[in-house]
Design a protein around this ligand. Sequence first.
Ligand code: TTP
Ligand code: MG
Length: 394
Amino acid sequence: MILHIDMDAFFAAVEQRDNPELRGKPVIISGRSMRSVVSTASYEARVFGVRSAMPLVQAMKLCPEAVVVRGRMDRYREVSRRIFTVFQEASPLVEKVSIDEAYLDVTGCLRLLGSPLTIARNIKNRIMEKENLTCSIGIAPLKFIAKIASDMNKPDGITVVEPHDVEGFIDTLPIGKVPGVGASALRIMESIGVKTLGQIRHLDDRVLQKKFGVHGQRLKHLAMGHDASRVEPFHERKSYSTETTLDRDTLDHDFLRVQLLEQSDEVARLLRRGQVKAKTVSLKITYGNFHQITRRHTLGVPVQSSKQIYQEALRLFESENHPGMIRLIGVGVSGLIPQDQPVQDLLFKDRDEKQHEQWAHVEKTVDSILGKFGGNSVKRAITARKDPETNKPD
Ligand code: TTP
Ligand code: MG
């Protein structure tokens, strides 16, 4: 089973989340000049007919009260990276389609993580909890149907097309919804009386070939429910990292340590999911004046546990003479090797080493609990939010 996940009004939603004054308002993301085009618009602006790629001038005529925000690509990339780590926690088979869109093959995760619908709900909850953003998800046994389905209940929706419903879905699917059928193909379809994908099944191969060339054959395959394309993770990972722009600049070491611990947990989870260990741990810091530093340390023995990653990240953090308040902090790992590749073992395991091995068991158990019950089901006491009344974790 395949999930297609697409963030809702992505750039606009990030701006509305970062700036509460924009919430509930029509927001247009665009360049600064009046000759710019619209990147995207919040759903409040779409009511007025504002769409991606529309000239800004035209959009402002349709919706004069819209707030125009200049896009911040770096910010969207950062949020996108964190969203993709949520996807990777659900399945190692993640295909990135764009900054806000991915396919996940969850077939191999069903026993561990539950039904595709459960996995989709967990992903949505986790993105809401971590990023306060919504997405829409389509679930189907074929990629192209998952993609179409994710668009059917936007925003904040889930649409499932079960295997036994695929034929019926294809029969009634408006042909213009099929990816790759653009305006000109649609005109030809109309001229020969084709309204749904299902109708393509009954068209003669020669007619299809003549009207649509090689594209015709593909349409026929899709109409018969054949979509051989697989979810293809686009490259072998060379590193994993996560970073957070803090709500305000700070030098509060206790607070920053908790950030590092959470980030180490996240990176370690990705290592375990990818079944790799890391030789190098790195720390990234951006100061209030936007000066950026990265520090890294390569270890004698590759690591996978969050405790070891945290220890290294903390050491890097504490050996630095911070010249000012910190705006962004992040942890990364690189130099990845398969976890079962033998490394020269320490001749004598010291107490620390044994503890790490014990922790590795604890962390694996935590992984499966998180996988089953979602992002907030178990967390370190130190990172848990406290209930202000009782001072106990909520
Ligand atoms: P989309 O997923 O196509 O759109 P969206 O996320 O804004 O809205 P929807 O809820 O319909 O999915 O594109 C993702 C981001 O890519 C979008 O927020 C802005 C950017 N983008 C452009 O910059 N130009 C474009 O023409 C399009 C289509 C998107
Ligand atoms: Mg989107």
